[in-house]
Design a protein around this ligand. Structure first.
Ligand code: ADP
Ligand code: MG
Length: 261
């Protein structure tokens, strides 16, 4: 028998306008705890804007967002981060000269003590804190992709695209998210590489905790493989919702995609 599902994230009438452009148009949606939800739609349909609004980068023009029942509509990016909602970006945001460790540890700013006094005067404490973080990043890498753990102190610039994407994802995972937002993780990679990275994510998820995922992705093979349910946007409006099979056979979805090609 199906258990009733808990909604972890809900948006009601969520609207985001940029001047004359309505990027999100009275969007109603929810994500169930523990599910992998696909967010689809042609270019410019509002997918990234949705992530930007729920992570506090943009303030919604109207409507509201709740996470575990808490209102996050006007929350700052830092408030959202405190709820353990983390994301990756469509365009890479790694610092190439820095090491794998540095790039991942940056993701843990909820717990990192970065005050000058702490760093200058509590050297022993600082060393302990540093060692703890190294251990934490190392453990994550060992779970995520043991080969990458061997390269923890190498500069990101020396690594191939697939490892760079893994590092971006580990940066989002290091703070142990409740909700992980992935914005087109396949960008710049082959289909096989993307499948490898997605399998790494599912593996971490099964070993650490069953965090919820919203996946924005164009590659339909990936959507089919990863998601339990999908929402399709067009011009900021939800035009379809259902399983992969349901949405690919939906005539409004087909027209929206054909209109783009
Ligand atoms: P998607 O991720 O689905 O490709 P976006 O969310 O990036 O689409 O964009 C949706 C619409 O909002 C587009 O028309 C885009 O040009 C517009 N848009 C997104 N961000 C901004 C912004 N910061 N300023 C102005 N317009 C924006
Ligand atoms: Mg986008």
């Amino acid at each position: 028998m199906n258990q009733p599902k808990n909604k972890i994230l809900e948006a009601h009438h969520l609207t985001m306008r940029f001047g004359g452009v309505t990027a999100l148009d009275s969007l109603d949606m929810h994500v169930n705890e523990g599910e992998v939800l696909g967010l689809l739609g042609p270019n410019g349909s509002g997918k990234t804007t949705f992530f930007n609004v729920i992570t506090g980068l943009y303030r919604a023009t109207s409507g509201n967002v709740t996470f575990r029942g808490k209102d996050l509509t006007d929350a700052s990016a830092q408030d959202v981060y405190k709820e353990a909602i983390t994301r990756t970006f469509q365009r890479s945001r790694l610092s190439l000269p820095l090491t794998v460790f540095d790039n991942i540890a940056i993701g843990d700013n909820r717990r990192l003590n970065t005050s000058l006094l702490f760093n200058l005067f509590q050297r022993n404490q600082f060393k302990k804190e540093y060692d703890r973080i190294v251990e934490q990043v190392n453990q994550l890498l060992l779970t995520f992709n043991p080969k990458l753990a061997g390269k923890i102190f190498e500069p990101v610039a020396s690594l191939p695209m697939i490892d760079r994407r893994r590092i971006e994802i580990c940066r989002a995972l290091i703070s142990e998210p409740n909700l992980l937002l992935l914005d087109e993780p396949s960008a710049g990679m082959t289909h096989d590489e993307t499948v490898e990275v997605m399998d790494d994510i599912l593996q971490v998820r099964s070993k650490i905790k069953p965090f919820t995922i919203i996946l924005i992705e164009h590659e339909m093979g990936l959507i089919q493989r990863m998601t339990e349910r999908c929402i399709v946007l067009n011009y900021g409006k939800k035009i379809a919702e259902g399983t992969y099979d349901e949405i690919v056979n939906n005539s409004e979805v087909q027209v929206a995609y054909l209109g783009q090609e």
